[in-house]
Write a protein that binds this ligand. Structure first.
Ligand SMILES: [Zn+2]
Length: 395
């Protein structure tokens, strides 16, 4: 057993507790939380004391690409379509061992930043393997690409092979899902096939959606840099006459619980469509800013009742994995920031019954930060202690 006392304890679903404590049982769940004198101290329990620190639920990063951790500062392209192509070239030059080491470093960097759960999208499987090897928590969405409708069956075969290989690593702590990458890399029949598979097999789904101006232009008018690149490869491009959100919601590709990443280029009608579809949002304000996509309408998402979590996106876009910096960029601070980084992120991933708050019976995923963290997060904002399922993974 492990008992952690701290200057303040923030359960998130209940008011903060001055001089509080949390008791973690041997199954890795929370056995007690409350004011220090009221939390049992069973004989033999290991005691840790952080008098000047805040104990909070582990942070939830709703969008990462851990297999790209080695590519921070490696892509100097400014224009988004060219940036995506340069990223593909960098990935093509990466060996499986490098992806594996990058993913492992990404998991550990997250733990050092107090992140105990990630929603990761990747094409190599390395992040799921690293999370399984190291004992992390999260959902790994296997990406699928294929802009040419004629190659839909081949993309599906490749996806199903990857899922068969990776599914033996899935557990109660690690889920496997699917990610049709984005409207400019996935044909309409491939979207349909992936959505059908996900519905049939119960896979969670995540997708990049309504991120750039170029994507909107591609979907609505069939023009712009993404359309030019596909036509140069001999692939026909169909103007859809609607927004990316309308395009995928109307076809039933965005389903209840689908994690929609970015959602910057959205109208109020799009926000309502997403809400009615039961989608969740991974809001990545720093990445959106770096790429010049603009600002996603967080207030409108919340008013519409959408479940929203914060995500850092890859370190190729944003060079560190600090979710506190993400919250600041989203205009949040204090308990509001903490709620979005924990319970709201957990809700966006459908994991709120297991993680996201300090409650008896929930998984003991916790982080301890200096007590100024809620209002003045330092730039690096590393945690003093991080636990996943009751196991110390950092500190
Ligand atoms: Zn991304």
């Amino acid at each position: 057993m492990l008992r952690i006392r701290a200057g303040s304890v923030h359960p998130v679903t209940a008011p903060p507790i001055e001089d509080g404590a949390v008791l973690v049982d041997d199954r890795g769940t929370i056995a007690a939380v409350g004011p220090h004198p009221l939390v049992p101290a069973p004989p033999g329990a290991r005691e840790l004391d952080f008098p000047h620190a805040s104990l909070v639920p582990g942070l939830v990063n709703t969008h990462t690409h851990l297999e790209l951790t080695h590519l921070a500062d490696k892509n100097a392209e400014r224009e988004f379509a060219r940036w995506i192509r340069a990223l593909r070239t960098l990935k093509d030059a990466t060996t499986p061992e490098e992806f594996s080491r990058a993913a492992e470093r990404g998991v550990r960097d997250g733990w050092a930043a107090g992140v105990t759960c990630v929603a990761d999208t990747g094409s190599t499987g390395a992040p799921l393997e690293a999370l399984a090897r190291l004992g992390g928590r999260g959902i790994y969405y296997q990406e699928v690409f294929g802009p040419d409708p004629a190659k839909c069956a081949a993309s599906m075969e490749e996806l199903e092979q990857a899922l068969a290989r990776l599914s033996r690593l899935a557990s109660s702590r690690l889920r496997l899902g699917v990610s049709p990458h984005a409207p400019y890399t996935v044909s309409e029949p491939l979207y349909q096939a992936v959505a059908d598979l996900a519905r049939r097999e119960g896979w969670p789904v995540a997708m990049h959606l309504a991120e750039s101006h170029a994507e909107s232009e591609f979907v609505r008018e069939g023009r712009g840099p993404f359309a030019d690149a596909l036509r140069a490869r001999g692939i026909a491009v169909t103007p859809r006459g609607c927004s990316p959100v309308e395009y995928l919601v109307q076809r039933g590709v965005v389903q209840r619980g689908t994690l929609c990443i970015h959602c910057v280029q959205v109208s109020q009608d799009d926000v309502e469509l997403l809400s009615r579809a039961g989608a969740s949002i991974a809001h990545c304000p720093r990445s959106n800013r770096v790429h010049g996509h603009g600002t996603a309408p967080l207030a409108a998402f919340r008013r519409a009742g959408l479940r929203v979590g914060l995500g850092t996106d890859s370190v190729v876009s944003v060079t560190d994995s600090s979710l506190w910096a993400e919250a600041a960029a989203a205009g949040l601070d204090g308990e509001d920031a903490l709620r979005m980084l924990t319970i709201e992120g957990a809700r966006a991933l459908g994991l709120e019954r297991e993680i996201g708050s300090l409650e008896v019976g929930k998984q003991a995923d916790l982080a301890v930060f200096t007590s100024t963290i809620l209002h003045h997060p330092p730039p690096s904002s590393s945690s003093l202690l991080t636990l996943v399922a009751g196991r110390v993974v950092h500190g």
